[in-house]
Structure formats: C-alpha cells, structure tokens
Design a protein. Structure first.
Length: 212
C-alpha cells in the first residue's frame, strides 16, 4: 500500500510538471526531429553537390596544358568559373581555379590567370590550394618585375610545407634586386625545407654556390 501511495505521488508530480512544461517539451522534440531531418537532408545535398563537382572537375582537367592555345584557355576559364559559381562550397572550385590559371598562363593571358589565382587564394576550401595560389601569384608578379609585390605575397605564406619553395623564390627576388647577402640567406633557408633528392634542391644549391 505504501508503494501505491508513493507511485501515486510521483504520478501527481509528473502531472503538475507536464501541465507546466508539456507544451515546451513537445516543441523541443519537434525541433530536434526537424533539425535532424534537416541535417540529413543537408548531408545528402552536399554529397550530391560533391559528386557533381568532382565530375565537372575531372572533365575540366582532362585537357592537356601542353597544347593550350588562347581559345582553349578561355574555354577552360569559363568552365572553371561555372564550377566556382555552382560548387563554391566544394574543394573542387579552388582546384579548378588553379588549373584555369595555369591554362591561362600557358596562353600568355597572365592578367586573367592572376584573377583566377586571387579567387583561389581567397575562396578555396583547402588551405594547401590557398598557399599554392599565393606561390603562383608571386611567380606572375616576378615575371612582370613587380618584385616588392611578389616579396610581400611570399612573406604572407605561413604554411611550413611551402617554406622551401617560398624561400627559393625569395632568393630569386633578392638576386634580381642585387641583394646577394639576403639571397644567400634565403637559399640556405630554402635548402632546409626542400627534398634533398629533388630537382629544386639541386637547382637551389647551384644558385647558392654561384653566390660564393
């Protein structure tokens, strides 16, 4: 009998709580269900977007850059732009911008190439693509003799994985500016970050040796 009374008290307490909080509890359950369904729908949508973006990207990069002329470069740029517009939330948009920039550079359309690279540096979802875009922007700036701009671009790169290439390019800038001491230091730093078995290590060592 004591147990029945205790059980009745608990039921009464629950009724009081439910009368006070029941509607809110129902709302919270509904919100949780809707949120879960929305998340599942979003994941499904993102997966479909990623699949479509991957297909578009693979089609884009199937073009060889060895025989790109002005007309092909412009088409690649348009296709990359479409990919950026439709799939900017995927990593393929940044990769497409990088590929388009290389095609445009091959066709000697450097201004358009740099525009693609700036988009990749600002909008790419992958940090490595952002850093690669910055490296290639600096390369274009060196080509047009905008050495101070190139130096500034390179110095903003903070990924240690790019230190070797970054410092090699800084050394080239210092050589062009006839600052041999700074060039030597940059090349020494570059060698620390380059693969000793790689071609760039060998070329950088040659540049360093030439400085005496």
């Amino acid at each position: 009998m004591a147990y029945d009374l205790e059980e009745q008290e608990q039921l009464d307490e629950f009724r009081v709580w439910w009368n006070k909080n029941g509607k809110m509890a129902i709302r919270l359950v509904i919100v949780a269900i809707v949120a879960y369904a929305g998340w599942q729908g979003y994941q499904s949508w993102m997966n479909s977007k990623a699949t479509a973006a991957s297909t578009a990207y693979q089609t884009l990069v199937s073009t060889s850059l060895l025989d790109v002329d002005s007309k092909k470069a412009e088409q690649i740029s348009k296709d990359a732009q479409a990919l950026q517009n439709d799939f900017s939330m995927t990593p393929y948009a940044g990769r497409a911008a990088l590929f388009a920039a290389r095609a445009l550079h091959q066709a000697k359309q450097n201004e358009a190439a740099e525009k693609q690279l700036h988009w990749a540096m600002a909008e790419a979802k992958e940090p490595a693509i952002k850093q690669m875009a910055a490296i290639e922007i600096a390369g274009l700036q060196i080509e047009r003799n905008a050495l101070d701009d190139a130096k500034k671009t390179l110095e903003a790169i903070n990924d240690k994985g790019f230190d070797g290439l970054k410092n090699t390019m800084l050394g080239d800038i210092y050589i062009a500016k006839k600052q041999d001491k700074e060039a030597k230091e940059a090349y020494l730093q570059a060698l620390k970050g380059l693969d000793p078995e790689g071609k760039l290590f060998y070329l950088t060592q040659q540049k360093l040796d030439a400085l005496g």
